[in-house]
Design a protein around this ligand. Sequence first.
Ligand code: C2O
Ligand code: CU
Ligand code: CU
Length: 458
Amino acid sequence: MKLSRRSLLRTVAIGGVGALSFPFFRTLNSAAASMPLPALSPITEFDLFAAPASFQLLPGTTTHGLGFNGQIAAPVIRGKQGQPLRIRFHNRLDEPTTIHWHGVRLPLAMDGVPDVTQAPILPGESFIYEFTPPDAGTFWYHPHVNSIEQLGRGLVGPLVIDEAEDPGFDQDLVLLLKNWNLQSNGEFGELSVKRYAARQGTPGQTFSVNGQSEPEYAVHAGAAVRLRLINADNTWPYELTLQGAPAQILSKDANPIVPERFEGYTLGAGMRLDLGLLVPNQPGQVLELKHKHKVLARLIVMPSTSAPRLTLPRLPENPIAEPDLNQAEKLFFSFEWDAISDEQGRALFWNLKGPKAQRPAYCTNANLLASLARNKSYIFTLRNNTQYPHPIHLHGHTFKVLESDKRPITPYYADTVLLEKHEQVSIAFVADNPGRWMFHCHVIEHMAMGLVGMIEVV
Ligand code: C2O
Ligand code: CU
Ligand code: CU
């Protein structure tokens, strides 16, 4: 067999994979640098395992949870915009699972929704996810099976897609936020309690950033730092501030905005926010990332010999199709509170109504909400008829958040939008990715109990 240069490189690089719990991460283009080659598209490969894991979240205790590659926090999967990314996923859990790449516009078959885009991956099985991310930015990954338990016990991880051209930050920090629902002995409490599930969702009381309580990170005086905040929690909307230095919001979800001063932001479950920070030239100073009054993480300013940066790098826009608002078809969706049961007698506290479906359904494919014509523009009006906030997420697409009936909005692109209680928000997008895509609240219990449906693009 004649090996192409690309498959030869791949063979060489893969040859060394051994230890199962060891995260393997490599870009297969380094050896190619010295020789002129026809356009070679390097593949970034990663082995990812989901397995039971023990870790310490409360001092002096052990938590028996679930981890990616045996780690809390999960490994950062890092790819590059426009370059193929291949993740060999191995299910070492004792139940089926899938992995969903939250926010990535990818082909349906890679979206990780059980029984819709793929068969569930059974214990002991592997599945290769391969896609070429068209957009750069901060994303995350998580299972889409038994989500209250699988995400709640630890299976959440960051996915960073680097810009095709390096924007030039001195430092890039990923901060994955999650709360843990623990008893005092470190073991999990009940992850879904009915009286909370019917309200804002069952909260975990132990805060963490990258799996640690109040971690400290060194930043260099005068440096231009990018902070990637990811809300990977099942429930909490974090009310974030950064104390000690002015920061700018650079992007929402993965999408750059015209930078604006960061004066505090509510980050609902599933949402991301990238901040840019020019670190004050004061070694020893401590900056605090907070949720309300709770410190989540500290940034410690270290001395530096480099000249202080004067401006923050700018992020390039992602290639999102601009919806045609004049031609767009308008569809109405409402998010309702409804204490009813399904045919099996399970409680469904929540209901997502769309043009096609008016009855609630459990977490699947059953609830086809709307059928969209490929490449046509749509405006979705999302009405929250409940007294709780809901971060609403659409798979496979990036939408433009247009307006709210409660607050001024400068339109921006996102994949998850937080509806405040009784708020109505309009979003618009081009239905340019064919398939059946999930549309759901990212408060996981709300999703599991009715705030879920499918949007079909044909
Ligand atoms: Cu984070 Cu169905 O998504
Ligand atoms: Cu998603
Ligand atoms: Cu909700």
